[in-house]
Design a protein around this ligand. Sequence first.
Ligand code: HEC
Length: 510
Amino acid sequence: MTVFARTAAFGIGMCLLGGAMSYLYFNNGATVQREAAPVVTGGRYNGPPCLDKKQGTGQPEPYCGDLPSLAAVNVREAKLEEVVDGFRFPWAFEFINDRELLLTEFFGQLKRVNIETGRSVDITGLPEIATGKAQAGLLDVALHPQFAENGLIYFSHAIGDDETGYALAVTMAELRDDQLEQVKRIFVALPYGTSGSNFGGALMFDEEGYLFIATGDRSIRSNSQHPGLLTGKVIRLNADGTVPADNPFVGKTDAVDPAIYALGVRNPQGLVLDKSTGTIYETEHGPMGGDEVNVITAGKNYGWPIITYGANYTYKSIGEGTKKEGFEQPLYYYLPSIAVSPIEIYHGDMFPEWEGDLLVGALKGAAISKLDLVDGRIESEYKILDELNARIRDIKVASDSSIWILLETGSIYRLSRESSPIEAAREVGKRDGEYIYLTVCSSCHSQNAPGVPQISNPADWTARLQKERKELYRNSINGFNAMPEKGLCEDCTDKEVTRAVNFMLSRVKK
Ligand code: HEC
């Protein structure tokens, strides 16, 4: 069986491996194999090579780079436009209806933004928010599931000062026009600490109306494993801030604070619920390397700082390695780190080829990492929207299933399209070889992707055309089914790939 293997340049974040790129086509199992990443010397941490990482279902595979062609397929036949701008260090947003969103600015402003007019107003009545120190500021915002009826909003923020120390807090309030009423602090991630960093602060409601809060370790690693402290944890509360009686440790042990839902996280930035499955995904900053995407399950321990794929900024290793019994493995991790921000799950008609995929924002990586999630396992990872070339602060799928992206530079972009070209082509009965070729195959075969035979170069085909057509078909089908570009046409049939081969070979310059 034919398989694509790839060694690819690491294109985002620490661009250490720039340039090196090769493709192989060989007979092996039906998986995407990866070769060792080139070793870059000079003392910089580069992570382990991307070899031996096929660890079985559900096990993480490291980020090993992406295909060169994807810039070409990035937002194919889609429109990327700026919707609003002018925000100062924006952090997070939520749609409150089809015309408006709520947006937090790190330095303590909460804004109500009209996306049709671009006009925004500062909401008044916020509590005191600590903003003077490093990562202390106004962070995430979430809406009560019945927001439309009760107007309740929740936001996370730092509190404290140099004397008392700092902590992450969550405040709830009623939004009445441009004003907060009934403002009530419902949670503090004790203890206070002197550090100005690692607050975490991601908020999320599930379908049953429980509030999840992901808290950072406040730069004291042992906090995350300490069962009595609320730092470095995922917390689950009732919407009024009380502790639910069915939290995982309630009635089991007094050693664990009853508000704790899961332990062992470092500096979480995102929480999202997949409403179709009830699964909760979390993103968190690793130390140096080892940013993680986790599936959060009641009562589990995510291992920080006992296990991690990252290292100290001094290049020293941390803890006891990458795996240990009793600790959860991440669903996916990044080496080197892309500096993850929030995570969103895509469901919708506008980008059906991304259905069920995870979209992870990257700050340093200045792109969105799209994780192709299939049966609970990440099949491929590649970056999209790197043309924005900005630190991504938040991502939300709107009710029309367009994708909205908040940039740290102060604007919100919208990615949309009229309809999926592949779907549209099916409707008008136009999924012929040419169509499939242009939509899927051309991203490599007409874009000078290194190591890929180009239709513009007959020499690439001399030997190949000696083979039997059947063999070319077989290789193409197997190759296509094993590559991330499969995501461009998940439902492309073998027959359609065969037709694309025929079209392609008819265009090879004689
Ligand atoms: C990710 C990049 C990529 C995409 C997308 C891609 N190919 Fe390829 N293709 C390759 C590479 C690399 C090779 C060369 C493999 C080798 O011979 O080592 C190749 C080889 C081929 C060959 C020659 C096979 C042989 O036996 O020598 C055919 C035919 C082909 N591709 C057809 C297609 C078709 C049809 C599509 C779209 C459905 C497609 N490819 C999409 C990368 C790609």
